[in-house]
Design a protein around this ligand. Structure first.
Ligand code: HEC
Ligand code: HEC
Length: 211
């Protein structure tokens, strides 16, 4: 079952890639790198994220996830809620990636970068963090929060503490994932009630930062 799902998503992924390479222009890493110049000020030269800019790590995420988020920012599926100040800021940035194939080019460049090392760790209840993560999150986000392409679930390891907290809270409060076209965001929104206490949220975040 899982195997066939993985094969399926690999086929979808290769199909998406072949769509790019058989277009009038292949995914162009040089163009992507040039486009990424606009992004580096917030997300870092190595796309490892800059917590002080509230900008998460992008390296380590898969191609389809990054394309989807950029398209969602551009079309107002993400970042449209009046409470989502930082999402709205990122909408403006996504609009700068406007040329034909530009989204694929910049994402091809980002996915060519090495996976960033984990962020700073914090004190947490190690046993509870692992138990809660494995019970409520691991089935989609993969062992150790490494992401699971076949579940469309992004990598959580390597993201900074404030970003993880904000996104989890945004899903829980309906700030992210409420748009009718946000199919995977709505899936995640339903999961953002799984951790029932603040301590469980703290411990899962501690666990993810340690991965
Ligand atoms: C002014 C700072 C800034 C710039 C420049 C910027 N971003 Fe962002 N980006 C952010 C912030 C802040 C967030 C987090 C938004 C949130 O909290 O929902 C973000 C989020 C994202 C996400 C979602 C990541 C995830 O894990 O879901 C992607 C993808 C992204 N940015 C890509 C880009 C690309 C590509 C560029 C360059 C074209 C770019 N960003 C330029 C600030 C910036
Ligand atoms: C049913 C599968 C599923 C489960 C279970 C699940 N998630 Fe998710 N999660 C997703 C999907 C799919 C996305 C991507 C949504 C999108 O494309 O916008 C996501 C996105 C996220 C993000 C945003 C990451 C980013 O880069 O912006 C965070 C944080 C997150 N999940 C945390 C959790 C935590 C913590 C748990 C456990 C309490 C959990 N998730 C359980 C499917 C799941």
């Amino acid at each position: 079952m899982i195997r066939s799902k993985q094969v399926f998503s690999l086929v979808v992924f290769l199909f998406a890639m072949s769509g790019i390479t058989t277009g009038s222009r292949g995914a162009d890493l040089e163009l992507g790198k040039a486009l990424y110049g606009t992004c580096a000020g917030c997300h870092g030269e190595d796309a490892a994220g800059i917590a002080a800019m509230n900008a998460p790590a992008l390296a380590g995420q898969d191609f389809a996830y990054l394309v989807r988020q950029l398209e969602h920012f551009k079309t107002g599926v993400r970042g449209e809620d009046a409470r989502d100040v930082l999402g709205t800021q990122m909408q403006g940035m996504a609009d700068t990636v406007a040329d034909d194939g530009a989204v694929e080019n910049v994402v091809a460049y980002i996915t060519s970068l090495p996976i960033p090392a984990s962020s700073r760790t914090i004190e947490y209840d190690k046993r509870n963090g692992a138990v809660q993560y494995n019970a409520s999150c691991g089935a989609c986000h993969g062992p150790g929060g490494k992401g699971n392409v076949s579940m469309n679930a992004p990598r959580l390891a390597g993201l900074d503490e404030a970003y993880l907290r904000r996104q989890y809270a945004n899903f829980a409060q309906g700030i992210r994932g409420s748009h009718p076209d946000d199919r995977y965001g709505r899936q995640m929104q339903m999961m953002a009630t799984m951790l029932s206490t603040d301590k469980d949220v703290d411990d899962v975040i501690g666990y993810l930062l340690s991965q």
